[in-house]
Design a protein around this ligand. Structure first.
Ligand code: BES
Ligand code: MN
Ligand code: ZN
Length: 492
């Protein structure tokens, strides 16, 4: 999809669809000056209740000439519109449009300037919503769905052009990053292997002049990542440890390290999962996909920050060589772990990556993981869980999530939960029992993140939609993390 921002308030390009915002008194919000719009036709039809009264309700109206259509969208009170409402309005608009077939769409956003939301944000939300809703799952279909919209034109008063262009740039980079994350998640697990994730990291590095290393089994062994390797033992796919470095900040600036769980299929190992919906465990690399999506965004924007992505990646399968309940393994940190349940494998691969992260003397380390079913029970599919050893970092992430319409919620990481991980035989067990399952998983990780500021995002409930027509990756929390990095940039 190509985007264009034009300074004229008049829509003069020939277009298939013009988006018209309608207020709660049935007035045309962005009609003024659009000379192609047949206002009397629109007004006449609105009298016939063609549009629902809830914000974001949409309907298609045919122009009398038959050459053009209007997409009406309800916007209640424009002056008080905020990021959350605007996100919903644009999402509903483009959900509707994604079901139609046409070449050009345009919208005048003039009247959206001067509201509570800055023009840059308005355009960013518009572009993000377009890319998000026009996303198609295509990779392994013999008949590919074609892109419905070729051109998407935004009209704004010329004095807002600079801000608008910046919004477009950000929206495009973030939207593309999030769609890359969806692509990786939606790819079947026989395609999306640890080796494949490594090749994607190499491509991102090449396209954006980043440094990349994809370590294989022998090199991972040399690093003494005994915990990570114990999970990989049950699979014939070679594990990979991906290191992707975007060092475009000041030399003295400490890097932000992003760590993504890259289990490309989680059958549970010897503690085998039940069969129902097991296919969904192909999304257990959602953290890795997020981190790679964010690196794409960061690269496209060439952010002057130092950012490192680490991805431990392997499969978790049952096998004669697989790790067993009762086995004790030694992590890269030297701490020993009694594996009581081989299905709690995410923490086992992440802990070694967290130890590896120490070498960067990082400003902050943020890991992202589809870590626990318990997180889905606690927060459902609305919010990602945030844990941190420093409250200010948790707040930063939560604020970024609010700004990005990609919400997260602060969970407790109190010392009182730590004894649930006590083991008779090793330094710790890899599970803490049924109670507080998402919290004890975070407690486990915290023991490997003692040397720096750290946050953990449990995205088990937010990374994909299970079942039904919408089944698939959501691309979350790329929006949250991109916004977090942009806010870091502003504070520099
Ligand atoms: N990948 C799963 C977590 C998961 C479950 C994500 C359901 C999304 C939906 C993780 O590896 C896992 O299996 N966790 C176990 C931990 C338990 C054995 C302590 C779980 O949540 O059941
Ligand atoms: Mn598991
Ligand atoms: Zn898992």
């Amino acid at each position: 999809m190509k985007f264009d921002i034009t300074s004229t308030e008049k829509i003069t390009h020939s277009s298939d669809i013009i988006i018209l915002a309608i207020d709660d008194k049935n007035n045309l919000i962005n009609g003024n000056g659009i000379n192609e719009v047949d206002e009397s036709l629109v007004k006449k039809s609105l009298k016939k209740d063609v549009l629902g009264n809830s914000e974001g309700d949409t309907n298609i109206l045919n122009d009398s000439t038959g050459s053009r259509q209007y997409l009406l969208v309800r916007v209640s009170d424009l002056k008080s519109v905020n990021i959350k409402r605007l996100g919903k309005i644009f999402n509903k608009t483009f959900t509707h449009l994604s079901k139609l077939s046409f070449k050009t769409v345009q919208m005048c956003l003039c009247k959206f300037a001067g509201t509570e939301v800055a023009v840059e944000e308005v355009v960013k939300l518009y572009v993000r919503a377009s890319l998000h809703n026009f996303y198609k799952i295509n990779a392994v279909k013999s008949k590919k769905a074609t892109q419905a919209v070729v051109k998407n034109i935004i009209h704004l008063n010329s004095k807002y052009l600079k801000e608008a262009k910046q919004g477009l740039k950000l929206g495009q980079a973030i939207g593309e990053g999030s769609n890359l994350t969806k692509d990786l998640g939606n790819l079947p697990p026989n395609y999306c292997t640890p080796t494949y994730l490594g090749s994607v990291a190499k491509k991102i590095a090449k396209d954006n002049k980043m440094k990349v290393k994809v370590l294989g089994k022998a090199e991972i062994n040399k690093l003494k990542m005994g915990s990570f390797l114990s999970v990989a033992r049950g699979s014939r796919e070679e594990p990979k440890f991906i290191v992707l470095e975007h060092m475009k900040g000041n030399k003295s600036q400490k890097p932000i390290v992003l760590v993504g769980k890259g289990i490309t299929f989680d059958a549970g190992g010897i503690s085998l999962k039940p069969g129902l919906n097991m296919d969904e465990m192909k999304w257990d690399m959602g953290g890795a996909a997020t981190v790679l999506g964010v690196m794409h965004t960061v690269g496209k924007l060439n952010l002057p920050l130092n950012i490192v992505a680490l991805v431990p990646s392997c499969e978790n399968l049952p096998d004669g060589l697989a790790v067993k309940p009762g086995d004790v393994v030694t992590s890269m940190s030297g701490q020993t772990i009694e594996i009581l349940n081989t299905d709690a494998e995410g923490r086992l691969i992440l802990c070694d990556a967290l130890t590896y992260a120490e070498r960067y003397k990082p400003d902050a380390v943020i890991d992202v993981a589809t870590l626990t079913g318990a997180c889905v029970i606690a927060l459902g599919h609305e919010a990602s869980a945030v844990y941190s050893n420093i409250d200010s970092l948790a707040s930063e992430l939560i604020n970024a999530g609010e700004k990005a319409n990609d919400r997260a919620w602060h969970m407790p990481l109190w010392d009182e939960y730590q004894p649930l991980l006590d083991s008779n035989f090793a330094d710790m067990a890899n599970i803490g029992g049924r109670a507080a399952g998402s919290i004890t998983a975070a407690c486990f990780l915290s023991r490997f993140a003692t040397k720096y500021n750290w946050a953990h995002l449990d995205i088990a409930g937010t990374a994909w939609i299970s079942g039904g027509k919408a089944k698939g990756s959501t691309g979350r929390p790329v929006n949250l993390l991109s916004e977090f990095l942009l806010s870091r940039l502003k504070s520099k």
